[in-house]
Design a protein around this ligand. Structure first.
Ligand code: NAP
Length: 561
């Protein structure tokens, strides 16, 4: 029977053969990882609009989640030319596997059969359903095909799937082996909730073990923020497909990136298995603009690598375990990491333990914000916060670093950023007064850094009100989103036109402190300048090439807008 997409197909029991998406729906022929957007099908018009938007955003396929759809809607959707411009995956997920279909298994099978007759590219059936009910195998086998089966090569391919929304199953390999034993299986898919980066890496490791799963095309998804890298690196690791969201449309599971982020930010379609990986280790990391800045720069210089967020919970042990796991995963090609709160001191401990080559400034600061890994196992540790702060200050003031000698500088705060800034200024012989809310921390920091300069003092934050320093550098978190109305000093404090103010807080760009400085006529330097300065130093460490500063700046500015 010839099928015309414009004709409603009714309830015929005869398999129809729709025109497939150009390039075919057969997974092994595409040579790439599909970006799949899930869509909960209820209404054909909405599905059509969604499919058009997905197609123009760069998605390859649509997963029609038919949990709530009736037979006619499913059949119509699978015959719709706009929807069929994309590859199609038919899924009717039962409530017992995290879906919304609440009918009987017989009813579900009937709907799946009707859908399969419309010849979607793939149909997703849970391993449990296939295993537990011979009716599923008997009812669907005649309607599906395998890429290797010449007679039925154009029929929907079976995805055998397994989900765990609570945690990574301890027996995931055994499950995959059993799933691979299903004769009709064309693709294996496992999705589990990731609690740590180690869980996400376990998902990626499965791709390196495909020999044990019949070499079948695989999709291994670690759900949730901690697992997001399993989606971002899906192409590099050779996944059959990955899921992504369309802007303004919720996805079907936590941690799905936007299609536009994958395509434009992470150069998903260009990713190659030998690409190197850099990332930002911290907690939290999802707010960070560093991936946007570095990936824009990588793209500009054609660097075969990616920069990704790496969520690692607090703790020296957790940090060390995560970095060891990143370094040891075959094919991951860890190139370097930026390090943010709360791991900068843990990174120094890791560098010391692993006999890294540690820059003297980083050693002196007592904190590391960059680790570089060479292919021969050598590690280099540095602190580019110091470089970034000096660069932002001197560029903003139009002076050379040497001109900071003897300058009267106030550093507000005594945390990690303040330490880096103070150590760098002290090394340049600035006269630095550290003001901190908790004076004991300020005194302790000055004591530890005193070795590099006699011009360091610490005072309680309350004393700042009476002072008039030439340069003020805010290294506290005051003013940072969401607490944007707070100031690092009392509201009665005056600022003056002859002062220079650098706020290391970069979110928002124009902090309340900078607004106050601007009103006083002071020279104001945004934290984004420091962010850019430290990113440039890291970029050059990661790539060994000059950073395209203008491109990185434009990416940062666009991200902040
Ligand atoms: P941290 O180690 O946690 O230190 C926080 C510091 O801020 C401490 O001195 C703390 O004082 C003080 N503080 C926190 N809230 C305050 C408030 N409401 N009023 C007054 N003081 C307050 O953090 P960090 O790593 O140093 O980061 C501090 C800031 O620097 C953050 O906003 C971060 O975004 C920024 N930063 C920017 C860059 C960049 O590239 N632009 C790089 C690194 C950091 P106590 O000791 O009394 O608790």
């Amino acid at each position: 029977m010839t099928f015309h997409p414009s004709e409603p197909h009714g309830n015929s029991d005869t398999p129809v053969h729709t025109a497939r998406h150009p390039g075919g729906g057969i997974i092994h022929q595409t040579g790439g990882t599909w970006i799949v957007v899930p869509h909960f099908l209820t209404d054909i018009t909405a599905a059509r609009t969604f499919a058009r938007a997905a197609h123009s955003a760069g998605a390859d396929a649509i997963e029609l989640r038919c949990d709530r759809a009736d037979r006619l809607t499913i059949e119509n959707a699978l015959q719709d030319p706009d929807i069929r411009r994309l590859k199609t995956i038919l899924t009717i997920r039962p409530a017992w596997e995290g879906g919304e279909f609440s009918g009987t298994e017989e009813e579900r099978l009937t709907l799946l059969q009707a859908g399969c007759r419309m010849n979607p590219d793939m149909v997703d059936v849970e391993w449990q359903a296939w295993k537990n009910s011979s009716k599923f195998a008997a009812g669907l086998s005649p309607l599906i095909g395998k890429p290797t089966d010449n007679n039925k090569a154009d029929r929907p391919n079976l995805i055998v799937s397994n989900h765990d929304f609570a945690a990574r199953p301890a027996d995931i390999q055994q499950r995959l082996q059993a799933m691979a034993g299903i004769a009709a299986a064309a693709v294996l898919k496992v999705a589990f909730k990731a609690h740590t980066l180690i869980d996400a890496l376990a998902a990626l490791r499965l791709y390196t073990q495909r020999e044990s799963f019949g070499k079948l095309p695989l999709v291994a998804i670690a759900m949730g923020e901690a697992g997001q890298i399993s989606r971002l690196l899906a192409m590099k690791f050779g996944a059959a497909f990955t899921f992504a969201e369309l802007d303004g449309h919720p996805g079907s599971a936590p941690g799905q990136p936007l299609v536009s982020t994958l395509v434009n930010g992470y150069r998903f379609k260009q990713q190659q298995s030998d690409w190197r990986v850099c990332g930002l280790i911290g907690s939290p990391v999802s707010h960070s603009v560093s991936p946007i800045i570095h990936n824009a720069g990588f793209q500009k210089i054609g660097f075969a690598g990616l920069y990704i967020p790496l969520l690692v919970e607090a703790g020296e042990e957790q940090f060390a375990q995560a970095v060891d796991a990143l370094r040891s995963l075959p094919g991951f090609n860890l190139c370097g990491t930026s390090i943010t709160i709360p791991h900068k001191i843990n990174a120094l401990a890791y560098a010391l333990k692993n006999k890294a080559d540690i820059d003297p400034v980083a050693r002196h600061i007592g904190a590391v914000n960059t680790l570089l890994f060479s292919t021969d196992g050598h590690i280099r540790a540095m602190n580019s916060d110091a470089t970034g702060a000096i660069e932002a200050l001197t560029r903003g003031m139009g002076i050379e670093p040497a001109d900071l000698r003897g300058q009267d500088i106030a550093v507000l705060g005594a945390g990690g950023a303040a330490r880096a800034v103070t150590a760098a200024l002290a090394a340049l012989h600035g006269r630095v007064t550290v003001y901190n809310r908790t004076i004991s921390k300020g005194l302790e920091m000055v004591k530890q850094l005193a070795g590099c300069s006699a011009n360091l003092t610490a005072r309680p934050a309350a004393d700042f009100k009476q002072s008039h320093h030439k340069i003020i550098i805010n290294c506290t978190a005051a003013g940072m989103t969401p607490d944007t109305t707070s100031l690092p000093f009392s509201a009665e404090t005056r600022l003056y036109a002859d002062q220079v103010i650098l706020d290391t807080v970069y979110n928002p760009r124009r902090t309340r402190l900078l607004q106050m400085g601007q009103a006083a006529g002071a020279c104001c330097i945004e934290g984004m300048e420091m962010l850019l300065g430290q990113a440039v130093a890291q970029f050059e460490g990661f790539t060994g090439q000059a950073a395209p500063r203008d491109v990185m700046r434009a990416a940062a500015e666009a991200a902040f807008r």
